[in-house]
Structure formats: structure tokens, C-alpha cells
Design a protein around this ligand. Structure first.
Ligand SMILES: Nc1ncnc2c1ncn2[C@@H]1O[C@H](COP(=O)(O)OP(=O)(O)OP(=O)(O)O)[C@@H](O)[C@H]1O
Length: 595
């Protein structure tokens, strides 16, 4: 890790000489401040010679001007050392990215290079800061020692021992501080990474009812970071102690030793001058060193670690989300599944209950989309026995999707209860039911991963489901189950076929199709619905076309906040709304009414 730093410092010794020369100029005030104050008082103002006093103050002002000019040149000299260091690191980043890309057989990932670039910038800034504070500390200490020696050498006995003790204390605490600072930085990165992963996977997390698990995992990261912060704060107390001992104790000792200094011939101005050296130069230099090395030094180390060893993870891998590779899926060709979104929980997730059957019971259900909104569903009673095939029809916006979401436990009723197999729907094990919305969900990954996302399956089972639902031709056209698919690369109808086959393969005994076939042509829709009707379990179809209703065993007509349940002929006679919907429909024509 130190190699780039050493290389940068050894590259051109003339740069170091230049830096040292300008550092001398920069620390001119540190050399002069105490002497000028002492002489201005003792030889000038206190001796009744204000001209001499002002002359010494003018010397101090001149020293500040020289210091300012020196500080400007120091910045340029530090940049001259640091910029080649940055280029060196950038060259390394680009070379490593190209090496990795050629080994992997694809172009270099621009995101990875951009990340490394950021680390390079951090390392450059930290390196500049470390050079600046360490150099400034060294030159200031030498200047102060020379100044105090010229002023009153005895005072060095009062200043140097506590100062050395403070520096020693800081150096002793430095390894522990660096370690804890590093742990804190890494914990911070892990929390950020974990949160970013959770936010990016929110849709998957919700779809898999993994909120509790993800919250627990992110919470663990936050707790870890808080512990690292506390641990850092404890060791930071040592830093404060070293500053107190090295920067403040000398002031007390000078004040306490004033009678002794006066007895040795020093004037009041000399005592004030010694105090000026300590308070204006020595203590700030120690403070800067403690602050600069404690933070920039650690940052430099961490950044260089990242740049030079990019494959080393920043700590234990974030378990915020279960990895897709943990899914118990079998690739048709025995390949490892490609990384996809978060895996759904197999077996009831925490707080979820598996039901023995999927008989759905709705009792006195009221639901509104807001505390002051009109209820979309009001006082609904409905029983859906196991094995039922129910079609839900009604005008647009009447609440069909809301009913589907209540059954799936995605929404909770404001009043009344929705139970599946005796379990409140929102607490039901997600494996027991599946809801396919109109906008089918396909994630970037292989077709196989997309199909086996809800449950592991054998090649035969996937083939059979694809045949039943009508996916086989699409799978062949895509190039088989190992073909990479993504949402944007498939048409809405193709996405629906993938989602339908996935649901068909799931263990769910309650299937809710919420206009899940709306993009399919009528023949494909009939085939897909038929596949689910034959599959067993309960099928609830929120119908897009009236033909879906004619295929169902029972039909629920939603009309305002009232509902009517029955068979096709029964409803034709009993429900004006249903008769009206059917009245617009002539089965002989290909134009079917869309609900
Ligand atoms: N998230 C929401 N926030 C507020 N109002 C909503 C929300 N979702 C739906 N609604 C409103 O609730 C009512 C019922 O909507 P829902 O989607 O359940 O009807 P639908 O019968 O399924 O309609 P469509 O056939 O057009 O899909 C509508 O008036 C709709 O505007």
C-alpha cells in the first residue's frame, strides 16, 4: 500500500527541497511570533519606547506576509508531488480494468472504472492533506523550539515534556484510531450498499413479502455502524487527551512557572512571548496533526486499499438481501442460475402463516383508498370455496382490482375481514397464493430464472407448464430457457406469457389473474385461462373480456358498492348490469366487449 506513496515522494527530490524551502517561509510567523511579542513589550512598550514596540510588531506583520506567500507556494509544491501520484493511480486503475475485461472477455465496466476514479480522487486529496499537516507540524515544532531557545531556553523544560507526552499519546492511539476509523468508514459503506440494494429491489421485496427480513438485515447494518461509531468515539477521547496534554498543559506550566522564569531574569514580555509560541503555533500544529493524520491518513489507507486491491471486499458481504444464487432453482442445462432479483422466501416468511386450504372468506369488507375517500368496496360478503373458478366483471373503475388485491393480502380492509384458509390474507404465506397483475413482471436474467422464480422446477415440469400456457413457441424463438430476457426486450403479451407460466409452476393453490391476459389474443387468452382452470386450486379471473366470464364456474358482477354472484344464464336474468354488458356483445363477431 505504501509503494505508491513512497514512489511519489522519491520521484523527484528537487520537489521535496522546494517544498521544504517554502515550508520554512510558511512557518516564519511560528518562528517569530513569541520573540516579536516579547521584544515589543520588554524593549518597547514596557520600556517606554513605543517606536521599538511597533517596530517589532512590524517584524511580526512582515513574517505573516512571508508566511502567506510561503503557504501559497506550499500548495503548489504539494500539488506537484500529488498530481503524478494521482496519474500513477489512474494508470493502475485503467490497466487493471483492461486486464480484468480481457480476462472476462468483455469490455471494461464503466461503472467500476468510475468508482475506482472516485477512490483515486479521494486518495489524492487525502495524500495532499497528510503531506500538508505532517510537514507543517514538523516545521512548526522546529521553529517554536528555535524561537523559545532564543527567547528563554529554560521555558523548554516546561513546554517540551508535556508536548512530547501529548504527541506520544497520540502516536500510541493512532493504530487503534486508524483501525476504528477504518471500521467506521467500512460500516458506513456497508450500510449505504445495503440500503441501495434494498431500495433497488423494493419491487421484488414487496412481491416476495420479504419486507421484515430486509428491514432486519438493513437494521443490522445500521446497528453495526452505530457500534463502530461508538467504538470510534471512545478512542477519539484519547485524541482529546493528547491535545490537552500536548497543547494545553504547557500553557498551565508556563503560567505556574512564571515566578521561576522571572527569577531567572526573564521579563513579563518573555513570559507572554512563550505563551504566544505555545498558543499560536505549537497547540494548533498539534491539533492539525491529530485531526489530519487521524482522518486523512486513514482515508488515504482505505482508498489505496480499494484501488490496489479492488477484488478485496470492503468487509463481510452485505447480507441485506438473499442472493439470487441461493435460490434452489435448477438450470435446464445444469448452469448456475444467473443473478436476478431477490429470491422469494421458501417456507413461510417471518410472521406469515401457511394455510391448509385456500377457501377465501370475505366478511363485511369495507375498503377506501384514504380516510376521507368514498369506499370502493362496502360491506362485501363473499365465499370462494377451494377449487372454484370465479370471474369478476364490472365497469371500469368499479373496484375489481381492489378486490383482487384484498384477496392477495396486498391491501388490508378498513373494516371486516378477508381470510384465506382461516388466515388473514395479509398474513398468508406468499407461497399459498399468486396474483398476476396486468403489467407482467419480467426481470433481467435467463428465461429459466424468470420461470422458476417462485419455485424450483425440473425441466419436464417447465416444459409441461410452457406447453399448457402457450409459451413453447416463444421459448424456442428466444433460443431456449437459457436465453437472456429483460422486460424491455419482450412485448407486453410475451411478458404476460412468461408471468403466467411462472405462476402456473408455482405451488400457489389460489391464483388471481388481474387482467393478466389482456395483451394476449382471444385464442391465447382462452388457452392460458384453460391451463389454470385445469391446474387445480382456486382461480379468480378479473376479466378483461366477457368470454372469461363465460368460461368461469361462477361470475361476480360488481355494480357500485353492491355485488351479485351467479352463473351466466342466472345473471343474464337477474343482473341488468350483466345483461347490459352481454347485450353489447355478439359472440359471433370477433369484437368482444372489453370490461
Ligand atoms: N392506489 C389508489 N389510490 C387511490 N385510488 C385508487 C387507487 N387504486 C385505485 N383507485 C381508485 O379505486 C377505484 C377502483 O379501482 P380498481 O382499479 O379497483 O377498479 P377496476 O374495476 O379494477 O378498474 P379497471 O377495470 O379499469 O382496472 C377507482 O376509482 C380507482 O380510481
Amino acid at each position: 500500500m505504501n509503494r505508491p506513496v513512497r514512489r511519489a515522494l522519491r520521484r523527484d527530490p528537487r520537489l521535496l527541497v522546494r517544498l521544504a524551502a517554502w515550508s520554512v517561509a510558511e512557518t516564519a510567523p511560528a518562528l517569530v511570533v513569541g520573540l516579536a511579542v516579547a521584544r515589543a513589550i520588554d524593549d518597547g512598550f514596557a520600556a517606554g519606547r513605543p517606536g521599538t514596540g511597533f517596530a517589532w510588531l512590524a517584524v511580526l506583520a512582515a513574517a505573516w506576509l512571508v508566511g502567506a506567500a510561503g503557504a501559497r507556494q506550499v500548495v503548489l509544491a504539494v500539488a506537484a508531488i500529488v498530481e503524478p501520484f494521482r496519474e500513477d493511480l489512474l494508470g493502475h486503475v485503467v490497466e487493471s480494468a483492461l486486464d480484468r475485461a480481457s480476462a472476462a472477455g468483455h469490455g471494461p465496466g464503466s461503472a467500476a472504472v468510475a468508482r475506482s476514479n472516485l477512490q483515486v480522487e479521494l486518495a489524492r486529496d487525502a495524500f495532499a492533506s497528510v503531506i500538508t499537516v505532517v510537514r507543517s507540524f514538523a516545521f512548526t515544532v522546529v521553529s517554536v523550539v528555535l524561537g523559545l531557545g532564543a527567547l528563554v531556553p529554560e521555558v523548554l523544560v516546561l513546554v517540551l515534556p508535556p508536548f512530547a507526552a501529548g504527541v506520544g499519546l497520540f502516536l500510541l492511539s493512532l493504530p487503534a484510531m486508524a483501525r476504528r476509523q477504518r471500521e467506521f468508514l467500512l460500516a458506513d459503506e456497508r450500510t449505504a450498499g445495503s440500503l441501495a440494494a434494498a431500495v433497488g429491489a423494493l419491487r421484488d421485496v414487496t412481491a416476495c413479502a420479504a419486507e421484515d427480513r430486509v428491514a432486519a438485515s438493513v437494521g443490522a447494518r445500521v446497528a453495526e455502524q452505530a457500534a463502530a461509531g461508538r467504538s470510534l468515539a471512545r478512542v477519539t477521547a484519547l485524541r482529546t487527551l493528547s491535545l490537552a496534554v500536548g497543547g494545553r498543559l504547557p500553557v498551565l506550566l508556563i503560567l505556574a512557572g512564571t515566578p521561576w522564569l522571572l527569577s531567572r531574569g526573564a521579563g513579563a514580555g518573555v513570559v507572554l512571548g512563550a505563551l504566544a509560541y505555545v498558543t499560536q503555533s505549537l497547540a494548533p500544529a498539534l491539533g492539525n496533526l491529530v485531526q489530519g493524520l487521524g482522518i486523512s491518513g486513514v482515508r488515504l489507507r482505505v482508498s489505496l486499499d480499494r484501488i490496489l486491491r479492488p477484488d478485496v471486499p470492503p468487509g463481510p458481504a452485505s447480507p441485506a438481501l438473499p442472493a439470487a444464487a441461493e435460490r434452489p432453482t435448477l438450470s435446464p442445462e445444469g448452469h448456475a442460475p444467473s443473478p436476478g432479483p431477490v429470491a422469494p422466501p421458501y417456507g413461510p416468511a417471518a410472521g406469515r402463516v401457511a394455510a391448509r386450504n385456500v377457501r377465501a372468506e370475505l366478511r363485511g369488507v369495507v375498503f377506501a383508498y384514504g380516510p376521507h375517500a368514498e369506499p370502493v368496496i362496502s360491506g362485501l360478503d363473499l365465499s370462494i370455496p377451494e377449487g372454484d373458478h370465479l370471474a369478476v366483471v364490472g365497469p371500469s373503475g368499479i373496484g375489481k382490482s381492489t378486490l383482487g388485491a384484498l384477496l392477495a393480502g396486498v391491501l388490508r380492509p378498513g373494516a371486516g375481514r378477508v381470510e384465506v384458509g382461516g388466515v388473514p390474507a395479509d398474513r398468508l404465506d406468499p407461497a399459498c397464493r399468486v396474483l398476476i397483475p396486468q403489467e407482467a413482471y419480467v426481470f433481467r436474467g435467463t428465461l429459466w430464472d424468470n420461470l422458476t422464480y417462485l419455485a424450483p422446477a425440473s425441466r419436464e415440469e417447465v416444459d409441461a407448464a410452457a406447453r399448457e400456457v402457450g409459451l413453447t413457441a416463444l421459448a424456442e424463438r428466444l433460443g431456449g430457457y437459457d436465453a437472456e430476457v429483460s422486460s424491455g426486450a419482450l412485448s407486453p403479451a410475451e411478458r404476460q406469457l412468461v408471468a403466467l407460466t411462472r405462476a402456473h409452476l408455482s405451488p400457489a393453490r389460489l391464483v388471481i389473474l388481474d387482467e393478466a391476459t389482456c395483451h394476449l389474443d382471444p385464442a391465447a387468452e382462452a388457452r392460458a385461462e384453460g391451463a389454470f382452470a385445469r391446474r387445480g386450486g382456486t382461480l379468480v379471473v378479473i376479466a378483461h373480456r366477457l368470454t372469461s366470464a363465460t368460461r368461469a364456474r361462477r361470475i361476480l358482477v360488481m355494480d357500485g358498492t353492491s355485488v351479485r354472484l351467479g352463473g351466466h344464464s342466472e345473471l343474464l336474468a337477474a343482473s341488468p348490469l350483466y345483461a347490459d354488458l352481454v347485450g353489447h356483445w355478439n359472440p359471433a363477431t370477433p369484437q368482444e366487449p372489453v370490461l
